[in-house]
Structure formats: C-alpha cells, structure tokens
Design a binder for this molecule. Structure first.
Ligand code: AMP
Ligand code: MG
Length: 357
C-alpha cells in the first residue's frame, strides 16, 4: 500500500487552493486526513466502496467497526439516513456543527463497507471550517474515523497523523492542533429512548436537556470475548500507548499519595516512569524527587476537564518513549461534562486500573 503522502499546510492565503486539491483527491477515490474539532479524521468518499476500503487498510481497522459519515449541511442528512425523529432534529439544531454523532436507519446509497453491513448509519457535522469546506467542495459525504493506526491514541495534530500514516494515505491537511481533543459523543437515535454509545465532546446532561431520558449503553472497559455489544467499536482496545499504562483513580488526595508511592516503588526497582498528571498533582513536592521533568506531561488543571481533553492524546503519545517502562496516569478529574469522555479514554487505554479512596 506504499504511496507518498502529500502534506498541505494551511497558511494565511492558501485555504481555497488546498481545499480544492484535497477535494479532488476525495472525488477520485483517495484518502485525505483533515482536522475536525474533535481529532484528525482520515477521510474518503463515504459512498464509494473502494475509497472506504482504503481507510480500513491504512488504519488496520477491524472490518466490523463502522465509520462515521460526515456531512456539511443538514439537508445532506436525508441522503444517507431515514426515519430521523424530531428529537434528533432538535439535537442537531442545538449541537451541530459539533461533536455529536447520531445513528439512524441508513439509506441504500450508503455502501455496506461504510456501515460494516449494519442497517444503520452514524453521522455528524464537524465544527471545523477546514472539514466543512472539504466536505462541501468534494460534494459527497465523507467517511472519517480517527486518522491513526487502529488502537493507538487518536491524533490531535498533523504530526501525529504523519507519524502513524505517512506512506499509507494520499494526503494530510495540516490545520494545527484540534480544539476538543477527544472523539465525538455517539448517540443511537433508532430506539424510542436514545442510547449513549460513547461519551464525547457533548455531555449526557447536555443531551438530556433536549430529549429527556437517555440510556447509557457503553462501558469503560473493552467488552469481553463473546459479549454482545451495541456498537462494534466497544469490542476493541483503544487509545493505547505501547508502554504499559497504570491509571490511578479516586479522590484527589488519595490519587496523589498513590502516584507518589508507585513512583517511589518503581524507582527503587529501576523501572523508568513517565507521569501523565494534572497540574495540581505535579505541583506536589515529593513528585519531583522521583520523576525527571522531561517524563512528566502536564494535562492541565484537575478542575478544567476541557483543557485535559485537549491535551490527553498528545500526552499519551509524548510519554510513549522507548526508555520509559511504565506510564502512571492521574485519574483525579471528575466525570462532569467532558470529564466522562476523558476517563473513558484513559480506562480503555489502561493496562491496570487502581482505585483509591
Ligand atoms: P471512530 O470514527 O474511530 O471514532 O469510531 C466511530 C465509533 O462509532 C465506533 O465506536 C463505531 O463502532 C461507532 N459506530 C459507527 N457506526 C455505527 C453504527 N451504525 N451503529 C453503532 N455504532 C456505530
Ligand atoms: Mg478511532
């Protein structure tokens, strides 16, 4: 699958030209990675089965994990989805463009490879002008999962995309770091009561304001073999650095104590530690004794889940160094708002979960 990957860096005056060139690649059945507000996506024409197959190949994505179809205006929704309830229309008015993916019955125009043969389709409108202009100019819905090798932390910069997919995709549009940093919320709108399949940029409380009841249909750990899942993505390990990841969760002072204890213990055993911690945890005096500063990645304040979300995947990638044996992650942020999505990603990435109180 070797190909040379073009990198288009967005400057002050080349936006239109880049969009035109990238849209042509999509129209011709190629693959283009582009920024959305959540993470970088790897896009191809959602209605072209050969093009969509290239996404699965480039990412090494399991063939039963369906893709989200991105659109640039609400009118396009009716091209790919049917039986859209009024409740979904009010969610669209409130949250589109934005990090909310909704699942509907699919129309036949959407090929099997895009939905992995399901009779439903996941769709959203991204809140990023580069993404929307690209979709408009291509004139077709764009299927776009995260632009990483499957299982790795999602990419939040073009450099992350290049590091995973250079030589495997046709082009990358470099539009700088993304804003949100974790993937979209996935909401199944096909049952009478919507079911939350993945926490993300829009919180369950925000959704409830518009639709009343919402059922929670996800767990924070990969589903066991043979376990029934509503969303195929739930079966797979996700977001993982190659380095062993230990997540410490619970109330903040207990988490800090545990992280210091672990760092000391590992150091005594000559195990090289990286720390993925909130600013407050890093400020603890003892921390500096055990871990050198270049192995500490600051996530942001424990009380600012949005900041943590935007730094999370870059931190997991940064600490995934050859000379680090274990990464200890700080799970002291709450689950309010986007905190639920942050903790979900950390739990899925973790090899070991320690709960303290
Ligand atoms: P990604 O684009 O890699 O962030 O993943 C998209 C997520 O949406 C995965 O967890 C998929 O399993 C899920 N998904 C996509 N289409 C459907 C669908 N039709 N029904 C249920 N889940 C879906
Ligand atoms: Mg992904």
């Amino acid at each position: 699958m070797k190909c040379s990957t073009q990198v288009f860096k967005i400057g002050t005056s080349n936006l239109e030209e880049v969009i035109r060139t990238a849209a042509r690649i999509i129209q011709q059945g190629g693959t283009v990675a582009f920024p959305t507000e959540t993470v970088y996506g790897l896009g191809a024409d959602a209605l072209n089965p050969d093009a969509v197959s290239k996404i699965f190949k480039a990412k090494g994505r399991p063939l039963d994990n369906p893709l989200i179809v991105h659109i640039a205006d609400q009118e396009r929704l009716d091209m790919v989805a049917s039986d859209v309830p009024d409740s979904a229309r009010s969610l669209m008015d409130a949250f589109w463009p934005g990090p909310l993916t909704m699942i509907f019955k699919r129309k036949d125009i959407v090929p099997d490879v895009t939905t992995c043969g399901l009779d439903t389709v996941a769709t959203r409108m991204p809140d990023n002008p580069i993404a929307r202009e690209l979709i408009k100019e291509a004139g077709t819905p764009i299927a776009a999962p995260s632009a990483n090798i499957s299982g790795r932390p999602s990419p939040t910069t073009a450099e992350h995309v290049i590091s995973d997919l250079s030589g495997r995709i046709d082009a990358v549009i470099d539009g700088g770091a993304v804003r949100v940093g974790v993937e979209s919320t996935v909401l199944d709108m096909t049952p009478d009561i919507p079911v939350l399949l993945r926490p993300g940029g829009v919180s369950i409380d925000q959704i409830k304001e518009y639709v009343g009841e919402v059922l929670v249909g996800y767990t924070d750990r990969p589903a066991g073999a043979g376990e029934a899942v509503r969303s195929p993505g739930m079966k797979y390990t996700h977001y993982s650095p190659e380095t062993r990841l230990v997540l410490v969760m619970g109330n903040s002072s207990a988490v800090v104590d545990k992280i210091i204890g672990l760092a000391r213990e590992y150091l005594d055993r000559n195990i090289r530690v990286g720390l993925l911690v909130t600013d407050e945890t890093a400020k603890t005096d003892e921390m500096a004794e055990y871990v050198s500063p270049d192995r500490v990645f600051l996530l942001g304040s424990r009380y600012d889940a949005s900041a943590i979300a935007s730094n999370l995947f870059a931190g997991l990638r940064y600490l995934d160094m050859e000379d680090t044996d274990v990464i200890i992650a700080d799970g002291s942020m709450g689950i309010a708002g986007i905190g639920a999505a942050v903790l979900n990603r950390l739990k899925k990435a973790a090899d070991e979960l320690i709960e303290v109180n």
